[in-house]
Write a protein that binds this ligand. Structure first.
Ligand code: HPA
Length: 271
C-alpha cells in the first residue's frame, strides 16, 4: 500500500461524485438492509475502484455507496474484506484509509458476532467497549507505516467515548435493549471449539467475531473517532454447543438489523 495508490482510489471516487462525506459506515455480514436508507445513492463497485483489494467470488457484490442519511453525507461499505478470505491486514483496512481521505470525520462499524457472555442472547445488540485482538497480526505492522501516522498507536480508549455515551442514551430513549462488552477478534473462518469458547470467556470476551478490530486499529491510527456494534447471532455456550447454522446466523442478523439502523440513524442526527 502506498499513498499514491490511495490517492488514485480517492480521485476515482471523487470523480464519481463522492464529495465530502462526513460519516463512514461499515456493514457487517448479513447486515445489508441499511443501504436502502441512503437517499440519492451513488454506487461504486469494489472491483471498479483502482487499487481496492481484489474481490473474491463470494464478495463480487461488494460496493461503496455515497449519499445522504438523516441530512448528512455518508459513505457506506456494503460487504467488507475479511482475513479469512486470504486478504492481508493492509487489504482489509484499505477502504478505511480511503474513506478517511474522502473526508469522513466519524466511523461506525457493525458486525455479526457470537455471544460468549451467556447473559447475552441472540438478537441482542452489543456496543463494543473494548476489544481483544486474537488475529495474530496488526494492520500497522508494515515497513512504511510512519508515512501514514504513528507506529505505536495508543489503545487506551479505542472506541470514541462521546459517541458511546450518545449510543447508550439513544438506546434508552428508543427502548432498545443494549448490551456493552468486549469483542474478541479471531481469524476464522472456522467457528470456535468448545475449549476455545471457554478460553474466550476466561480472558474477558463477551462476544467473538472475525472482523472489526483491524479497522478500529486503523481508525485510531488515522485519529478517526470510531464506534462499533455487534449484532449477536448465536449463543456460544461451551457446555451446550450446537453445530453452527450459518443460515440462522444470517436470519438473526437480518431480523436484528432494524434496531442497529435505528441506533446509527439517531446517532447521525445527533452529531
Ligand atoms: N464465532 C465467530 N464469529 C462469529 C460467531 C461465532 O460464534 N457468530 C457470528 N460470527
Amino acid at each position: 500500500m502506498t499513498s499514491k495508490q490511495l490517492q488514485e482510489s480517492v480521485s476515482y471516487l471523487r470523480k464519481k461524485g463522492f464529495e465530502n462525506p462526513e460519516i463512514g459506515i461499515v456493514l457487517g455480514t448479513g447486515l445489508g438492509q441499511m443501504v436502502d436508507e441512503i437517499e440519492s445513492p451513488i454506487v461504486a463497485h469494489y472491483h471498479n475502484i483502482p487499487f481496492f483489494p481484489l474481490a473474491t467470488v463470494e464478495f463480487h457484490s461488494g460496493k461503496l455507496i455515497f449519499g445522504t442519511l438523516m441530512g448528512k453525507k455518508v459513505v457506506m461499505m456494503s460487504g467488507r474484506f475479511h482475513l479469512y478470505e486470504g486478504y492481508a491486514f493492509t487489504d482489509v483496512t484499505y477502504p478505511i484509509r480511503v474513506m478517511r481521505l474522502l473526508g469522513i470525520q466519524k466511523l461506525f462499524i457493525s458486525n455479526a458476532a457470537g455471544a460468549v457472555n451467556l447473559n447475552f442472547k441472540k438478537g441482542d445488540i452489543m456496543l463494543i467497549d473494548d476489544h481483544i485482538n486474537l488475529q495474530g497480526g496488526s494492520p500497522l505492522a508494515f515497513k512504511n507505516v510512519a508515512e501514514f501516522g504513528d507506529r505505536f498507536v495508543d489503545m487506551s480508549q479505542p472506541y470514541d467515548v462521546e459517541m458511546k455515551k450518545k449510543v447508550v442514551e439513544i438506546a434508552k430513549k428508543e427502548n432498545i435493549s443494549l448490551q456493552q462488552g468486549v469483542y474478541a477478534a479471531v481469524v476464522g473462518p472456522q467457528l470456535e471449539s468448545r475449549a476455545e469458547y471457554r478460553m474466550l470467556k476466561i480472558i474477558g470476551a463477551d462476544a467473538v467475531g472475525m472482523s472489526t478490530v483491524p479497522e478500529v486499529i486503523v481508525a485510531n491510527h488515522l485519529r478517526l473517532p470510531v464506534i462499533a456494534v455487534s449484532v449477536l447471532t448465536d449463543e456460544c455456550d461451551p457446555d451446550n454447543l450446537e453445530p453452527v447454522n450459518i443460515k440462522e446466523i444470517l436470519d438473526v442478523a437480518a431480523k436484528t438489523e432494524p434496531k442497529m439502523i435505528k441506533l446509527f440513524k439517531e446517532l447521525i442526527r445527533e452529531l
